[in-house]
Design a protein around this ligand. Structure first.
Ligand code: ZN
Length: 362
């Protein structure tokens, strides 16, 4: 997922009128749905069209990366978008389901509810996005911070109704969520992106598309025990999000510290890296997995993985630049040891860093 935006309203330079490669189908349907909600009646066929749209499948899939959200849960939220309070849900039986409902009730429902009252603004922003030609700029920006040989084929969507501002999937689908981004911009979060920053959203997701297969190629060469595999996959996520947030973003931790998305994590450094160490120790030394590993990662919920990765990669970047960073991007096992060797502050356990760097070596 992505959070990248610094200035105010969307402004579209006059020359960017080339036809867009973006897929707007779900956003158009969602706008009709919000308009119908505002009018007090949603035709069942329209609700079914929204629920059956590939863009809606993507926003549900994104939430299921670290949570559990079913199509039924999502239908319930849609049906109650116009109510004055979010709908009640029965108690959840797993940590992922609990987090899934929490995300729907705290993030997704309020954005939809706000959207019902702000259909005009959303329609205007959608119209502006249609005028934009962002693809080659976003691609260039992503490639600039990817190891040599990286490539990707993005299928960009504009959607509404999700939790994340943006997301990338292994089929090459990437999205920008107009509704959640507009809602957060109106409620003290990151302001709605300018045209340039909109490019940044897609560049962040393209960076994921380019890097993930390279990391997976490294993983395939290793002989990881199940415990080590969980530790690796956690670090994979930290490196993917940290590198996209920091490099494709401002490449400046001080700027990130002022961002509402990362501030709470980066201004509490005494907690951030110890959480990372705790998760790795739990996975490696206590065979913690499944629901318990999900609970251990709860302090990172939101953009904690991004902030932790950015903090460590920034130290590596400052000591050795991209030549020092690329080997870490290709092999997330090297993240901690490279941070230790770069003299990163606050310090972390060098024995854990050594252990992690050697996981699964033949
Ligand atoms: Zn991301």
């Amino acid at each position: 997922m992505v959070a990248f935006a610094l200035t105010t309203s969307l402004s579209v330079p006059a020359q960017t009128v080339a036809p867009s490669t973006l897929n707007f189908t779900q956003a158009d349907l969602f706008l009709r749905f919000l308009r119908a909600q505002a009018g007090g009646a949603v035709a069942p066929a329209l609700l079914d069209s929204v629920l059956g749209s590939p863009g809606t499948a993507l926003v549900i899939r994104q939430q299921n990366i670290s949570r559990t959200v079913t199509l039924e849960d999502y239908r319930t939220i849609l049906l109650h978008a116009g109510d004055s309070t979010p709908p009640p849900f029965p108690p959840s039986t797993t940590e992922r389901a609990r987090r899934g409902i929490e995300g729907l009730v705290r993030d997704v429902w309020p954005a939809m509810h706000w959207g019902v009252a702000n259909v005009g603004l959303l329609a205007e922003r959608l119209r502006q996005l249609r005028q934009m030609d962002f693809d080659s700029d976003a691609r260039k920006r992503a490639l600039q911070f990817l190891p040599p040989g990286a490539q990707f084929d993005g299928k960009p969507f504009v959607v509404m109704g999700g939790r994340a501002g943006g997301a990338a999937f292994d089929g090459g689908e990437i999205y920008f969520d107009l509704l959640i981004t507009s809602y957060r911009g109106a409620h003290g979060g990151e302001p709605f992106p300018s045209a340039l920053e909109f490019t940044g959203y897609f560049a962040h997701e393209m960076h994921h598309l380019g890097l993930a297969p390279l990391i997976d190629r490294t993983r395939a060469t290793l002989q990881l025990t199940p415990d080590q595999a969980r530790a690796f996959d956690f670090l994979r996520f930290v490196v993917l999000e940290g590198s996209a947030s920091y490099f494709v973003g401002p490449r400046d931790l001080d700027v990130m510290r002022r961002s509402p998305t990362y501030a709470s994590f980066l201004n509490d450094q005494a907690a951030l890296l110890p959480t990372v160490e705790k998760i790795l120790n739990a996975a490696l030394h206590e065979s913690v997995g499944g629901d318990a590993l999900d609970r251990a990662q709860a302090p990172l919920a939101g953009s904690g993985w991004h902030a932790a990765g950015a903090l460590m990669l920034a130290a590596i970047d400052q000591s050795g630049g991209l030549p020092a960073v690329f080997p870490v991007m290709l092999d997330p096992r090297r993240l901690l040891i490279a941070y230790v060797r770069a003299g990163g502050r606050p310090p972390i356990s060098s024995s854990l860093a050594e252990e992690v760097a050697n996981m699964g070596s033949k």
